[in-house]
Write a protein that binds this ligand. Structure first.
Ligand SMILES: Cc1cc2nc3c(=O)[nH]c(=O)nc-3n(C[C@H](O)[C@H](O)[C@H](O)COP(=O)(O)OP(=O)(O)OC[C@H]3O[C@@H](n4cnc5c(N)ncnc54)[C@H](O)[C@@H]3O)c2cc1C
Length: 359
Protein backbone atom coordinates (compact mmCIF):
# COMPACT_ATOMS: atom_id res chain seq x y z
CA UNK A 1 0.00 0.00 0.00
CA UNK A 2 1.32 3.40 -0.91
CA UNK A 3 2.05 5.71 2.00
CA UNK A 4 -0.73 8.25 2.50
CA UNK A 5 -3.40 6.17 0.79
CA UNK A 6 -6.38 4.56 2.46
CA UNK A 7 -5.52 1.34 4.23
CA UNK A 8 -2.47 2.49 6.11
CA UNK A 9 -3.67 5.39 8.21
CA UNK A 10 -2.28 4.85 11.70
CA UNK A 11 -3.62 7.12 14.43
CA UNK A 12 -1.68 7.16 17.70
CA UNK A 13 -3.48 8.65 20.69
CA UNK A 14 -1.01 9.80 23.36
CA UNK A 15 2.47 11.21 22.74
CA UNK A 16 4.16 9.82 25.83
CA UNK A 17 6.80 7.12 26.16
CA UNK A 18 4.98 4.43 24.16
CA UNK A 19 2.95 6.47 21.66
CA UNK A 20 5.79 8.72 20.56
CA UNK A 21 8.01 5.72 19.80
CA UNK A 22 5.27 4.09 17.69
CA UNK A 23 4.64 7.32 15.76
CA UNK A 24 8.34 7.85 15.15
CA UNK A 25 8.92 4.25 14.06
CA UNK A 26 6.02 4.07 11.61
CA UNK A 27 6.26 7.51 10.01
CA UNK A 28 7.93 6.30 6.81
CA UNK A 29 5.83 3.15 6.32
CA UNK A 30 2.36 4.46 7.15
CA UNK A 31 0.36 7.64 7.18
CA UNK A 32 0.80 8.55 10.85
CA UNK A 33 -1.21 11.01 12.93
CA UNK A 34 -0.20 11.64 16.53
CA UNK A 35 -2.81 13.09 18.88
CA UNK A 36 -1.52 14.62 22.11
CA UNK A 37 -2.68 17.64 24.14
CA UNK A 38 0.87 18.94 24.36
CA UNK A 39 3.32 19.81 21.61
CA UNK A 40 6.18 17.85 23.10
CA UNK A 41 7.27 14.49 24.43
CA UNK A 42 8.70 14.54 27.93
CA UNK A 43 11.10 11.93 29.32
CA UNK A 44 9.27 11.26 32.60
CA UNK A 45 12.11 9.53 34.46
CA UNK A 46 14.16 12.71 34.26
CA UNK A 47 11.59 15.21 35.45
CA UNK A 48 12.65 15.16 39.11
CA UNK A 49 16.19 16.18 38.14
CA UNK A 50 14.73 19.06 36.16
CA UNK A 51 13.18 20.39 39.37
CA UNK A 52 16.60 20.85 40.96
CA UNK A 53 18.34 21.68 37.66
CA UNK A 54 15.83 23.29 35.26
CA UNK A 55 18.31 23.45 32.36
CA UNK A 56 18.31 19.63 32.33
CA UNK A 57 14.83 19.94 30.77
CA UNK A 58 16.38 21.36 27.58
CA UNK A 59 17.21 17.75 26.66
CA UNK A 60 14.21 16.02 28.23
CA UNK A 61 11.44 18.05 26.60
CA UNK A 62 11.36 17.17 22.92
CA UNK A 63 8.93 18.78 20.51
CA UNK A 64 6.97 16.05 18.71
CA UNK A 65 7.94 17.69 15.43
CA UNK A 66 11.64 17.03 16.15
CA UNK A 67 11.26 13.25 15.86
CA UNK A 68 8.04 13.07 13.83
CA UNK A 69 9.13 14.81 10.67
CA UNK A 70 6.84 12.88 8.37
CA UNK A 71 3.52 12.65 10.19
CA UNK A 72 0.54 14.76 11.24
CA UNK A 73 0.36 16.14 14.74
CA UNK A 74 -2.95 17.11 16.33
CA UNK A 75 -2.43 19.06 19.56
CA UNK A 76 -5.60 18.26 21.42
CA UNK A 77 -7.17 15.64 23.67
CA UNK A 78 -8.97 12.71 22.11
CA UNK A 79 -12.51 12.77 23.49
CA UNK A 80 -14.27 10.02 21.55
CA UNK A 81 -13.62 7.14 19.20
CA UNK A 82 -15.87 5.39 16.70
CA UNK A 83 -15.22 2.32 14.54
CA UNK A 84 -13.49 4.56 12.01
CA UNK A 85 -12.52 7.89 13.57
CA UNK A 86 -11.07 9.62 16.60
CA UNK A 87 -12.66 12.88 17.70
CA UNK A 88 -10.67 15.51 19.51
CA UNK A 89 -11.56 18.38 21.87
CA UNK A 90 -10.63 20.94 19.19
CA UNK A 91 -13.26 19.47 16.85
CA UNK A 92 -11.02 17.39 14.56
CA UNK A 93 -12.27 14.07 13.21
CA UNK A 94 -9.37 11.85 12.30
CA UNK A 95 -10.04 8.71 10.30
CA UNK A 96 -7.98 5.63 11.01
CA UNK A 97 -7.35 2.20 9.57
CA UNK A 98 -5.30 1.28 12.63
CA UNK A 99 -5.52 2.88 16.03
CA UNK A 100 -2.94 2.76 18.82
CA UNK A 101 -4.09 3.95 22.24
CA UNK A 102 -1.26 5.04 24.55
CA UNK A 103 -2.80 7.57 26.92
CA UNK A 104 -1.01 6.36 30.07
CA UNK A 105 -1.77 8.31 33.22
CA UNK A 106 -3.75 11.54 33.32
CA UNK A 107 -1.58 14.55 34.00
CA UNK A 108 -2.14 18.25 33.51
CA UNK A 109 0.93 19.82 32.00
CA UNK A 110 1.30 22.92 29.84
CA UNK A 111 0.70 22.77 26.11
CA UNK A 112 4.00 24.21 24.94
CA UNK A 113 7.58 23.22 25.65
CA UNK A 114 8.50 26.77 26.69
CA UNK A 115 5.65 26.88 29.22
CA UNK A 116 6.84 23.55 30.62
CA UNK A 117 10.41 24.91 30.88
CA UNK A 118 9.04 27.92 32.79
CA UNK A 119 7.14 25.59 35.08
CA UNK A 120 10.39 23.78 35.99
CA UNK A 121 12.09 27.11 36.65
CA UNK A 122 9.24 28.07 38.98
CA UNK A 123 9.44 24.75 40.82
CA UNK A 124 13.20 25.18 41.17
CA UNK A 125 12.65 28.65 42.64
CA UNK A 126 10.13 27.20 45.06
CA UNK A 127 12.74 24.68 46.25
CA UNK A 128 15.51 27.26 46.43
CA UNK A 129 13.51 29.77 48.41
CA UNK A 130 12.29 27.24 51.01
CA UNK A 131 14.15 26.28 54.15
CA UNK A 132 11.89 23.33 54.83
CA UNK A 133 10.06 21.15 52.32
CA UNK A 134 7.33 18.54 52.73
CA UNK A 135 7.04 15.72 50.21
CA UNK A 136 3.70 13.92 50.24
CA UNK A 137 3.94 10.36 48.93
CA UNK A 138 6.63 7.72 49.32
CA UNK A 139 6.34 6.00 45.97
CA UNK A 140 9.19 6.20 43.44
CA UNK A 141 8.40 9.82 42.57
CA UNK A 142 8.47 11.02 46.18
CA UNK A 143 11.63 9.05 46.94
CA UNK A 144 13.45 10.27 43.82
CA UNK A 145 12.42 13.88 44.48
CA UNK A 146 13.63 13.61 48.09
CA UNK A 147 16.92 12.19 46.77
CA UNK A 148 17.39 15.02 44.28
CA UNK A 149 16.70 17.75 46.85
CA UNK A 150 18.73 16.07 49.60
CA UNK A 151 21.81 15.89 47.36
CA UNK A 152 21.57 19.29 45.66
CA UNK A 153 20.26 21.21 48.68
CA UNK A 154 21.54 19.37 51.77
CA UNK A 155 20.82 22.37 53.97
CA UNK A 156 17.03 22.11 53.45
CA UNK A 157 14.93 20.37 56.08
CA UNK A 158 13.08 17.60 54.26
CA UNK A 159 10.10 15.62 55.52
CA UNK A 160 8.48 12.83 53.53
CA UNK A 161 5.07 11.51 54.56
CA UNK A 162 3.80 8.23 53.18
CA UNK A 163 0.47 6.57 53.81
CA UNK A 164 1.85 3.03 53.47
CA UNK A 165 3.87 1.14 56.05
CA UNK A 166 7.01 1.19 53.86
CA UNK A 167 8.36 3.09 50.90
CA UNK A 168 7.68 2.10 47.27
CA UNK A 169 5.35 -0.88 47.67
CA UNK A 170 5.83 -1.70 43.97
CA UNK A 171 9.28 -3.14 44.68
CA UNK A 172 10.59 -5.49 47.37
CA UNK A 173 10.96 -4.63 51.04
CA UNK A 174 14.75 -4.93 50.82
CA UNK A 175 14.98 -2.20 48.16
CA UNK A 176 12.55 -0.05 50.16
CA UNK A 177 14.64 -0.45 53.33
CA UNK A 178 17.83 0.46 51.51
CA UNK A 179 16.17 3.60 50.17
CA UNK A 180 14.88 4.49 53.62
CA UNK A 181 18.35 4.10 55.13
CA UNK A 182 19.82 6.26 52.41
CA UNK A 183 17.22 8.99 53.01
CA UNK A 184 17.79 8.84 56.76
CA UNK A 185 21.54 9.14 56.23
CA UNK A 186 20.78 12.40 54.40
CA UNK A 187 18.67 13.59 57.35
CA UNK A 188 15.33 13.23 55.55
CA UNK A 189 12.60 12.63 58.10
CA UNK A 190 10.23 9.91 56.90
CA UNK A 191 6.81 9.36 58.46
CA UNK A 192 4.72 6.29 57.62
CA UNK A 193 1.05 5.34 57.79
CA UNK A 194 -0.27 8.85 57.71
CA UNK A 195 -1.70 11.26 55.23
CA UNK A 196 -1.44 15.03 55.07
CA UNK A 197 -4.46 17.28 55.08
CA UNK A 198 -3.44 19.71 52.38
CA UNK A 199 -6.65 21.71 52.86
CA UNK A 200 -5.51 22.52 56.38
CA UNK A 201 -2.75 24.79 55.08
CA UNK A 202 -3.72 28.39 54.75
CA UNK A 203 -1.69 30.86 52.72
CA UNK A 204 1.23 32.14 54.68
CA UNK A 205 0.63 29.50 57.34
CA UNK A 206 3.21 26.75 57.21
CA UNK A 207 1.84 24.12 59.53
CA UNK A 208 0.56 20.90 57.94
CA UNK A 209 -1.64 18.47 59.90
CA UNK A 210 -1.31 14.72 59.41
CA UNK A 211 -3.99 12.09 59.91
CA UNK A 212 -2.15 11.10 63.13
CA UNK A 213 -2.69 14.56 64.51
CA UNK A 214 0.98 15.43 64.09
CA UNK A 215 2.03 18.82 62.79
CA UNK A 216 4.77 19.36 60.24
CA UNK A 217 6.33 22.73 59.64
CA UNK A 218 7.34 23.32 56.03
CA UNK A 219 7.67 26.32 53.76
CA UNK A 220 6.22 24.43 50.81
CA UNK A 221 5.13 20.96 49.72
CA UNK A 222 5.24 18.73 46.66
CA UNK A 223 2.49 16.22 46.03
CA UNK A 224 3.96 12.98 44.69
CA UNK A 225 1.03 10.59 44.60
CA UNK A 226 -0.09 8.28 41.79
CA UNK A 227 -2.22 9.69 39.01
CA UNK A 228 -5.35 8.02 37.57
CA UNK A 229 -5.22 6.23 34.23
CA UNK A 230 -6.24 8.40 31.27
CA UNK A 231 -9.06 6.23 29.97
CA UNK A 232 -12.11 8.25 31.11
CA UNK A 233 -12.48 9.52 27.54
CA UNK A 234 -13.27 5.95 26.40
CA UNK A 235 -16.10 5.32 28.89
CA UNK A 236 -18.93 6.28 26.52
CA UNK A 237 -17.40 4.99 23.32
CA UNK A 238 -17.43 1.84 21.20
CA UNK A 239 -14.56 0.65 23.40
CA UNK A 240 -16.38 1.10 26.71
CA UNK A 241 -16.61 -2.65 27.33
CA UNK A 242 -12.84 -2.93 26.88
CA UNK A 243 -12.10 -0.72 29.88
CA UNK A 244 -11.96 -2.61 33.19
CA UNK A 245 -13.02 -1.30 36.61
CA UNK A 246 -9.53 0.15 37.28
CA UNK A 247 -9.58 2.05 34.00
CA UNK A 248 -7.14 -0.27 32.20
CA UNK A 249 -7.75 -1.33 28.61
CA UNK A 250 -8.06 -5.09 28.12
CA UNK A 251 -5.60 -6.37 25.52
CA UNK A 252 -4.77 -9.73 23.95
CA UNK A 253 -1.30 -11.28 23.60
CA UNK A 254 -0.63 -9.19 20.46
CA UNK A 255 -1.50 -5.99 22.40
CA UNK A 256 -4.67 -5.58 20.36
CA UNK A 257 -7.69 -4.34 22.28
CA UNK A 258 -9.64 -7.52 23.04
CA UNK A 259 -11.98 -8.46 20.20
CA UNK A 260 -10.54 -5.84 17.82
CA UNK A 261 -8.31 -6.49 14.83
CA UNK A 262 -7.24 -2.94 14.10
CA UNK A 263 -7.04 -1.30 17.52
CA UNK A 264 -4.00 -1.70 19.77
CA UNK A 265 -3.26 -0.40 23.26
CA UNK A 266 0.19 -0.05 24.81
CA UNK A 267 1.97 1.25 27.88
CA UNK A 268 0.54 2.03 31.31
CA UNK A 269 -3.04 2.10 30.04
CA UNK A 270 -3.12 -1.66 29.35
CA UNK A 271 -4.16 -4.47 31.69
CA UNK A 272 -0.92 -6.36 30.96
CA UNK A 273 -0.11 -7.99 34.35
CA UNK A 274 3.24 -6.34 35.12
CA UNK A 275 4.52 -3.22 36.85
CA UNK A 276 3.83 -0.11 34.83
CA UNK A 277 7.22 1.15 33.70
CA UNK A 278 8.57 3.13 30.80
CA UNK A 279 11.05 0.53 29.59
CA UNK A 280 8.14 -1.92 29.33
CA UNK A 281 6.01 0.69 27.54
CA UNK A 282 8.87 0.86 25.01
CA UNK A 283 8.76 -2.93 24.60
CA UNK A 284 4.99 -2.76 24.01
CA UNK A 285 5.64 -0.10 21.37
CA UNK A 286 8.23 -2.28 19.63
CA UNK A 287 5.80 -5.23 19.47
CA UNK A 288 3.02 -3.08 18.00
CA UNK A 289 5.40 -1.48 15.48
CA UNK A 290 6.40 -4.96 14.26
CA UNK A 291 2.78 -6.09 14.09
CA UNK A 292 1.59 -3.01 12.25
CA UNK A 293 4.47 -3.15 9.76
CA UNK A 294 3.63 -6.76 9.10
CA UNK A 295 -0.12 -6.10 8.71
CA UNK A 296 0.43 -3.06 6.47
CA UNK A 297 2.75 -5.21 4.35
CA UNK A 298 -0.15 -7.64 3.88
CA UNK A 299 1.16 -10.31 6.26
CA UNK A 300 -0.93 -13.05 7.83
CA UNK A 301 -2.42 -12.87 11.32
CA UNK A 302 -0.53 -15.99 12.39
CA UNK A 303 2.70 -14.03 11.93
CA UNK A 304 1.77 -11.48 14.61
CA UNK A 305 4.36 -11.08 17.34
CA UNK A 306 3.19 -11.73 20.90
CA UNK A 307 4.09 -9.74 23.99
CA UNK A 308 5.25 -11.65 27.07
CA UNK A 309 4.71 -9.74 30.31
CA UNK A 310 7.72 -9.34 32.56
CA UNK A 311 7.22 -11.80 35.41
CA UNK A 312 9.80 -10.43 37.83
CA UNK A 313 10.56 -6.98 39.18
CA UNK A 314 13.28 -5.00 37.48
CA UNK A 315 13.59 -1.43 38.72
CA UNK A 316 16.20 1.21 39.46
CA UNK A 317 15.27 4.12 41.69
CA UNK A 318 17.77 6.97 41.65
CA UNK A 319 18.88 8.60 44.89
CA UNK A 320 20.36 11.90 43.79
CA UNK A 321 23.05 12.25 41.17
CA UNK A 322 25.32 9.34 42.08
CA UNK A 323 23.46 6.67 44.04
CA UNK A 324 20.49 4.41 43.33
CA UNK A 325 18.70 1.33 44.56
CA UNK A 326 18.23 -1.46 42.03
CA UNK A 327 16.08 -4.52 42.24
CA UNK A 328 17.05 -7.20 39.75
CA UNK A 329 15.33 -10.64 39.61
CA UNK A 330 17.69 -12.27 42.11
CA UNK A 331 19.59 -9.34 43.57
CA UNK A 332 18.90 -6.01 45.26
CA UNK A 333 21.76 -3.52 45.49
CA UNK A 334 22.18 0.10 46.38
CA UNK A 335 24.89 2.74 46.15
CA UNK A 336 27.24 3.83 43.38
CA UNK A 337 27.01 0.79 41.08
CA UNK A 338 23.28 1.11 40.27
CA UNK A 339 23.87 4.85 40.39
CA UNK A 340 26.36 4.55 37.52
CA UNK A 341 23.67 2.80 35.46
CA UNK A 342 20.96 5.40 36.02
CA UNK A 343 21.56 8.42 38.18
CA UNK A 344 24.04 10.50 36.16
CA UNK A 345 22.14 11.01 32.91
CA UNK A 346 18.89 9.26 33.91
CA UNK A 347 18.82 7.42 30.53
CA UNK A 348 18.18 10.74 28.78
CA UNK A 349 20.90 10.27 26.13
CA UNK A 350 19.70 6.70 25.50
CA UNK A 351 16.06 7.78 25.17
CA UNK A 352 16.94 10.66 22.85
CA UNK A 353 18.92 8.27 20.63
CA UNK A 354 15.93 5.92 20.55
CA UNK A 355 13.92 8.87 19.21
CA UNK A 356 16.50 9.44 16.49
CA UNK A 357 18.01 12.55 18.12
CA UNK A 358 21.50 13.46 19.25
CA UNK A 359 22.12 12.32 22.82
C1 LIG B 1 8.51 10.70 37.93
C2 LIG B 1 8.49 9.41 37.19
C3 LIG B 1 9.63 8.61 37.16
C4 LIG B 1 9.62 7.40 36.46
N1 LIG B 1 10.76 6.65 36.41
C5 LIG B 1 10.79 5.55 35.65
C6 LIG B 1 12.00 4.82 35.46
O1 LIG B 1 13.03 5.15 36.03
N2 LIG B 1 11.99 3.73 34.66
C7 LIG B 1 10.87 3.33 34.02
O2 LIG B 1 10.92 2.35 33.29
N3 LIG B 1 9.69 4.00 34.18
C8 LIG B 1 9.63 5.09 34.96
N4 LIG B 1 8.48 5.78 35.11
C9 LIG B 1 7.24 5.24 34.53
C10 LIG B 1 7.12 5.61 33.07
O3 LIG B 1 7.33 6.98 32.89
C11 LIG B 1 5.76 5.19 32.56
O4 LIG B 1 5.61 3.81 32.73
C12 LIG B 1 5.62 5.57 31.09
O5 LIG B 1 5.63 6.97 30.96
C13 LIG B 1 4.35 5.00 30.48
O6 LIG B 1 4.31 5.37 29.15
P1 LIG B 1 2.92 5.59 28.39
O7 LIG B 1 3.25 5.96 27.00
O8 LIG B 1 2.02 4.45 28.65
O9 LIG B 1 2.24 6.82 29.12
P2 LIG B 1 2.76 8.31 29.28
O10 LIG B 1 4.23 8.39 29.09
O11 LIG B 1 2.15 8.77 30.57
O12 LIG B 1 2.09 9.10 28.09
C14 LIG B 1 0.72 9.29 27.98
C15 LIG B 1 0.48 10.35 26.93
O13 LIG B 1 -0.91 10.36 26.61
C16 LIG B 1 -1.33 11.70 26.50
N5 LIG B 1 -2.78 11.71 26.72
C17 LIG B 1 -3.46 11.47 27.88
N6 LIG B 1 -4.79 11.54 27.65
C18 LIG B 1 -4.95 11.82 26.33
C19 LIG B 1 -6.08 12.01 25.47
N7 LIG B 1 -7.34 11.93 25.93
N8 LIG B 1 -5.86 12.28 24.16
C20 LIG B 1 -4.58 12.38 23.66
N9 LIG B 1 -3.50 12.20 24.43
C21 LIG B 1 -3.68 11.93 25.74
C22 LIG B 1 -0.51 12.46 27.52
O14 LIG B 1 -0.42 13.83 27.19
C23 LIG B 1 0.84 11.75 27.38
O15 LIG B 1 1.61 12.37 26.39
C24 LIG B 1 8.45 6.98 35.81
C25 LIG B 1 7.30 7.78 35.85
C26 LIG B 1 7.31 8.99 36.52
C27 LIG B 1 6.06 9.86 36.54
Amino acid sequence: MEKGGNGNRVVVVGGGVAGSLVAKSLQFVAHVTLIDPKEYFEIPWANLRTMVEPTFAERTLINHRDYLTNGNIVTSNAINVTETEVLTADGSQIAYDYLVIATGHADHVPKTRSERLDQYKAENLKIKSANSILIVGGGPTGVELAGEIAVDFPEKKLTLVHKGSRLMEFIGAKAADKSLNWLKSRKVEVKFEQTVDLDSVKDGHKIYQTSHGETIEADCHFLCIGKPLASAWLRETVLKDNVDSRGSIKVDEFLRVKGRNNIFAIGDITDVPEIKQGFLAHKHAEVVVKNLKMIIDGGRERKLVTYKPLSSVLAIVSLGRKDAVAQFPILTISGRIPGIIKSGDLFVGKTRKQMGLSS
